[in-house]
Design a protein around this ligand. Structure first.
Ligand SMILES: [Zn+2]
Length: 120
C-alpha cells in the first residue's frame, strides 16, 4: 500500500550524510515520514509531478507531428500512473524519474535517448 508521507516536522529529524558534489560528506538533518519512516530526499535533484513529463511529451509530439498522438499520450500517461511512487518526493529523484520516462517513451516511439532528453 502506498504511504501518504507525513513530515516529522522540525521537532525530530535524523542526522544523515549529505553528499555535495566534490565536497566532503557532511551531516545534515533529514526529515522523515512519521508513518513509514522513509527519509526524505532533500537534495537539489527533487522529484517533480507527472504533469511535468506529460507536458514534455506534448512538446515532443508537437515536434514529431505524427498522427495518433492522443493515443500514444494516453498510453504513456497510463504507464506513468502505474509506476508506484513515481511522484513520491521522499524516495524519488528527478534523475530517476527521467530514466523511467525515457524508457516508457521508447516503448512507443523509435527515438534515441538524446532526442527525448531535449524535451525534459
Ligand atoms: Zn510514509
Amino acid at each position: 500500500m502506498k504511504c501518504e508521507h507525513v513530515d516529522c516536522g522540525n521537532i525530530e529529524k535524523v542526522w544523515l550524510p549529505y553528499i555535495i558534489r566534490e565536497r566532503p560528506i557532511v551531516l545534515k538533518s533529514h526529515p522523515y515520514c512519521i508513518h513509514c519512516g522513509m527519509v526524505k530526499n532533500i537534495g537539489s535533484d527533487r522529484a517533480v509531478g507527472s504533469g511535468y513529463f506529460i507536458n514534455a511529451l506534448s512538446q515532443l509530439e508537437k515536434h514529431l507531428k505524427l498522427p495518433g498522438s492522443s493515443v500514444r499520450m494516453r498510453l504513456v500517461a497510463k504507464d506513468l500512473e502505474n509506476i508506484e511512487d513515481f511522484e513520491d518526493n521522499y524516495s524519488m529523484t528527478k534523475f530517476a524519474q527521467e530514466k523511467i520516462f525515457i524508457n516508457i517513451i521508447k516503448k512507443y516511439y523509435k527515438l534515441p535517448d538524446g532526442i527525448i532528453q531535449k524535451f525534459l
